[in-house]
Write a protein that binds this ligand. Structure first.
Ligand SMILES: Cc1cc2nc3c(=O)[nH]c(=O)nc-3n(C[C@H](O)[C@H](O)[C@H](O)COP(=O)(O)OP(=O)(O)OC[C@H]3O[C@@H](n4cnc5c(N)ncnc54)[C@H](O)[C@@H]3O)c2cc1C
Length: 268
């Protein structure tokens, strides 16, 4: 993961253990989003926390890939993971819980189909079939405002849209604020549930070659900061969260009122 202060604000899950889940179905939502619904297997042991809950996703590359996973993911566990031979080491990436349907016990994961240089996770999402197995390791939530704060600014590129959508759906109705969500194309807009006092703005990239996150960054830098104390949550391509966090800190926003995370890094 790129730059972040996630570990200082994160609410860890009470139990974290690798859970094996099966692909139930997949659905193309829009030009750049594909939803994979996971369930069965160990799904009864998954505890949904709402907000921007995220997990390590392990995608098998061989039959024995999922049999040697760590039960938490610290530096030591990562070092051990790297010792697994390349022929069986599962692909590891981070994803958000877009939604968890409690009655059906189904977990939706929305994958960005990044067309510049598709990576193994985005490729897997396009090829997976019902019954395919993956493992997840719950990492909890990072949207954790101080208790008296009832105002928020959410800023993300498309990689943060699933998490932002889940935050908006989880917020209490009295929350106020704004969400600026950058998407590759207008067709990628989604119908989101938001508290009445949170204004949602979609920012569709003008040029397909622009680096994701730059348009949301310009919009967020131009925004007057709310007078009320607010919790700033900014994720996406690394330049977006690091630059906006610096701007907020310079403007006097306390560091514990900000969660920033580079969800991925643009490589030119
Ligand atoms: C806490 C957390 C939650 C996340 N939640 C989600 C989520 O719910 N949905 C989601 O789609 N992503 C999410 N991400 C981002 C995701 O982990 C990365 O985009 C990841 O790199 C994708 O893996 P890959 O195998 O497809 O590509 P990689 O192999 O990692 O990268 C291959 C190439 O693609 C580029 N690339 C990677 N991601 C993107 C992108 N989004 N757009 C354009 N180019 C890209 C890289 O720069 C690289 O050149 C999250 C990240 C974090 C840290």
């Amino acid at each position: 993961m790129a730059k972040t202060n996630m570990n200082t604000v994160r609410i860890k899950p009470e139990v974290s253990e690798p859970l094996t889940l099966h692909v139930l179905r997949s659905e193309r939502l829009s030009p750049h989003f594909l939803r994979v619904t996971l369930g069965d297997g160990d799904v009864a042991r998954f505890t949904p926390m709402g907000y921007d809950q995220w997990f390590r996703l392990f995608i098998p590359v061989a039959d024995d890939s999922l049999s040697r996973l760590p039960d938490k993911f610290n530096t030591l566990a990562y070092a051990k993971y790297l010792t697994i031979s390349k022929t069986s080491r599962p692909i590891l990436r981070n994803y958000s819980v877009r939604a968890f349907h409690k009655d059906a016990k189904e977990l939706d994961v929305d994958f960005v189909l990044h067309d510049t240089s598709a990576g193994p996770a985005a490729e897997w999402a396009q090829k997976c079939k019902p019954g395919d197995k993956v493992a997840i390791l719950d990492e909890g939530i990072s949207f954790n405002p101080p208790p008296d704060v009832r105002h928020t600014l959410l800023v993300a590129d498309e990689s943060g849209l699933p998490a932002a959508a889940a935050i908006l759906a989880s917020l209490p109705d009295d929350f106020q604020g704004k969400a600026l969500l950058e998407i590759p194309a207008p067709e990628d807009e989604q119908a989101l549930t938001t508290p009445p006092g949170v204004e949602l703005t979609w920012i569709s990239r003008k040029d397909a070659h622009d680096t994701p996150g730059r348009a949301a960054l310009s919009a967020a830098l131009a925004l007057p900061l709310p007078e009320a104390p607010f919790f700033g949550w900014v994720v996406g391509e690394q330049t977006l969260p690091t630059t906006l966090r610096r701007h907020w800190v310079k403007a006097g926003v306390p560091k514990d009122h900000i969660m920033f995370c580079g969800y991925w890094r643009h490589r030119s």
